[in-house]
Design a protein around this ligand. Structure first.
Ligand code: ARG
Length: 565
């Protein structure tokens, strides 16, 4: 039952507006005493030329209550609607029960495509803790959009272009070998790169060599390309293992190198439109009118830049996927970069520039104050994941050593914990990663929510009463159950606003609220009791629906929910 629509339908008899327009004006009040839905009548004052209080008084008189909406009240210019609790509860619970994992899905995205550029790692560099947010946010948004019926394209815009690859080849030839790289993987490539920089300080010829090797890559020299491809493939192979652990998938690994031959049309167009100006030999687009420094398009030697490649990528994605929106999940340090090239595309008259969105986020640091390990390198994501699994296993050994498949559950809980921690607060906030809070069974953390899910499962297996049959929902006529049901009913709205604001944290926080609310109910009410099958059934249905919605919520943020833990 779509209550908003029902209310809007009835109101449309008194207000000359489309039902859908009225529907959009309806809100969910912050406090339960204010009803289940409210119409803020100031939104209508302009149209009806009356004071909000007069409008709400008038509408409340004209509104006909029924079995679903049993009461309306006019308070200070707000019209508050109260649902018939028992009917409403029965309604939403039956809906969740019958729709299962499809509950809260929608078709709003039908025939629309969202491109998501996230994780976007750099070749020859290990993934570090900074990649956790972009990967978790991007993956969650892609699941959320799919849930809302959109097509999605997940793109790993690899950092695989630039003079650093010339340096890597020089370093490789000086200090390493195929065998060493095979054994050491990305870590070996990173070692080569560091060593190169140490030695190049005292030897200028090294940078000249590196430039020459990069030129060879650009010109398609066989040896240079072979090495470059080798480093690239090796990096993808290694990061793919991490993605597999995180259950993250990409549709495309087209990175910066891919756009090498796709920039010329953009440069020509900039030239034609008179947007390119010379600046000390380089070519730039001036953005002073927009309070930004110039956006550099070509270097003095004619080489392209990060922004040039991003512009070619945006055009390619529009041509290939005809996106409704293209999201870039990248740290806020790159705010200027995105503002600049979005603006340049706008100046070129590209209509789609308005559909490009920089989904930015803050930094992550370990609680010991550093982002670094003793070795002096950034905390690697792989190590963080392994440590999380190990710590979870220890906790499981302590709490429930009898559990079957402990290793599997430890991995679900460990990995879930770090993803959950990364998605707990508004993405723009900087965050300090704390093991204690990430792995908490009592606080606002994955294990707490996962444990609530397992608790629901366990209750359900303890009773052999089928969920199908005559049900007495009056047993749910209490404040604690009412709060759970309200949350369950609001879930689809939460998902919608998470998508609108690009905020997976809305769903993370919702999952915490639902878990807390259910646990309060669980400790204060008996679910399996001897007051008759029809009442027990209603309470089991409540547990089943809570389990389902927690499961979906966690899925949407990229976290798995075990049945036992
Ligand atoms: N590789 C870049 C970095 O590590 C992120 C790329 C983001 N995506 C983009 N289209 N610019 O900073």
């Amino acid at each position: 039952m779509d209550y908003k629509k029902l209310i809007a339908d009835k109101l449309s008899k008194s207000i000359e507006l489309e039902t859908s327009q009225i529907e959009d004006m309806l809100e969910i009040p912050a406090k339960a005493e204010m009803g289940d839905f409210a119409l803020p009548c100031f939104k209508l004052s302009k149209i009806l030329r009356k004071a909000p209080t007069m409008i709400s008084d008038m509408l409340s008189e004209q509104f006909e209550t029924d079995n679903a909406i049993e009461k309306v009240q006019s308070v200070n210019g707000y019209l508050n609607f109260y649902l018939n609790k028992q009917n409403a509860s029965a309604d939403v619970l039956s809906k969740i029960l019958s729709e299962g994992e499809n509950y809260s899905k929608s078709a709003e995205g039908k025939d629309k495509t969202i491109c998501l550029d996230y994780s976007s790692v750099n070749i020859a560099k290990p993934m570090h803790i900074g990649h956790l947010s972009t990967t978790a946010i991007g993956n969650s948004l892609s699941r959320i959009y799919k849930h809302l019926g959109y097509n999605t394209v997940s793109i790993n815009h690899l950092g695989d272009w630039g003079t650093q690859f010339g340096k890597l080849i020089v370093g490789y030839k000086m200090y390493s070998s195929k065998k060493q790289v095979e054994e050491g993987g990305i870590a070996e490539l990173a070692r080569i790169y560091v060593q190169y920089h140490v030695d190049a300080e005292n030897d200028e010829t090294m940078d000249d060599d590196a430039r020459a090797w990069f030129k060879k890559i650009e010109d398609g020299d066989a040896e240079a390309l072979e090495l470059f491809e080798y480093f690239r493939a090796l990096t993808i192979e290694e990061v793919s293992k991490i993605y597999a652990m995180l259950d993250v998938k990409f549709d495309s690994y087209n990175g910066e190198a891919f756009y090498q031959d796709k920039m010329q049309p953009i440069i020509d167009e900039l030239e034609e439109k008179g947007l390119l100006v010379e600046d000390q030999g380089a070519k730039v687009v001036m953005l002073d009118k927009y309070d930004m420094p110039p956006c550099m398009i070509l270097k003095k030697d004619g080489a392209s830049l990060y922004a040039t490649r991003d512009m070619a990528a945006a055009q390619y994605r529009k041509d290939t996927y005809d996106f409704h929106k293209c999201l870039y999940v990248t740290a806020y340090e790159q705010n200027l970069h995105f503002k600049q090239f979005f603006k340049v595309l706008e100046l070129m008259g590209k209509d789609y520039s308005k559909d490009l969105v920089h989904v930015n986020y803050g930094w992550v640091r370990m609680e010991d104050g550093s982002m670094s390990t003793r070795k002096g390198t950034a905390v690697e994501l792989k190590d963080l994941i392994n440590k999380a699994i190990e710590k979870s296993l220890n906790i499981i050994e302590e709490k429930n050593s009898e559990l079957e498949n402990k290793q599997e559950v430890a991995s679900i809980v460990g990995i879930g914990s770090i993803i959950f921690a990364a998605l707990k607060n508004n993405r723009i906030k900087d965050m300090v990663f704390s093991w204690e809070s990430a792995l908490s069974f009592e606080g606002e953390a994955a294990p707490y929510v996962q444990y609530t899910h397992a608790r629901c499962s366990s209750v359900l297996t303890k009773s052999d009463i089928s969920l199908d049959g005559k049900t007495d929902f009056s047993t749910l006529d209490n404040e604690d159950a009412g709060k759970i049901i309200t949350l369950l009913r609001d879930f689809p709205e939460i998902i919608k606003s998470a998508a609108e604001r690009y905020e997976p944290s809305f769903i993370t926080r919702f999952s915490i609220d639902l878990a807390k609310t259910f646990n309060k109910y669980y400790f204060e009410h008996r679910i399996i009791d001897d007051d008759g099958e029809e009442k027990v059934r209603a309470r089991l249905i409540l547990a089943q629906c809570t389990k389902q919605v927690i499961n979906t919520a966690l899925y949407l943020i990229g976290v798995k929910a075990p049945d036992k833990m």
